[in-house]
Design a protein around this ligand. Sequence first.
Ligand SMILES: [Zn+2]
Ligand SMILES: [Zn+2]
Length: 193
Amino acid sequence: MTEHTENQFETGTVVYDPGSDKVGEYQGKAGPYALLRPLGGGREWEACPELIRPATPGERLSAGVRAANSRSCPWPQEPPSPVRDCAACTDLAGLRDAARARRDASAETDANVLLRRHQRRYHAAFLGLKEYTVVPDASAEAEYETSCTDCRAGSGARRALAEVEEWQRAHTRETGHPRYRRTVADYAVFTPR
Ligand SMILES: [Zn+2]
Ligand SMILES: [Zn+2]
């Protein structure tokens, strides 16, 4: 039997597979193969473990941008247009147009990715995306808690403020400690408007 000196990669390492000319995340061994997954997720593929190597920063970047692109939209998209009076949009669209003018397709793609990302974050309404609103979580009750500032003794989480005050009364009677720190925690959910 031949001893192979195989590259050992940690799961999640971004590697380049010359066999398929693709960059992927190392998932582990599958029989004699190395199992790789596209950066944005998707169908895994099998690669020769002796050929794969860690991806260079350039390979990682272009694969990452491609993944971000395909995550945001599975079909070909119109290039995003800048929102009027937004400095960031104007800036990114300027970079994009300059890249297009000098026929630098990869810089043009990168600028479009960044512009889309910026717009999803700051111009949800412009894009017709859902707006999110915060509502208190009705399924989780608020929690009250207090601790003595002298000895750090704590009440633990209680369902009602009255229970916390009851605990404080008892603690002060017992120790004479008069000062407490009180906190209220509640839960909130982000839901589409
Ligand atoms: Zn903008
Ligand atoms: Zn105390």
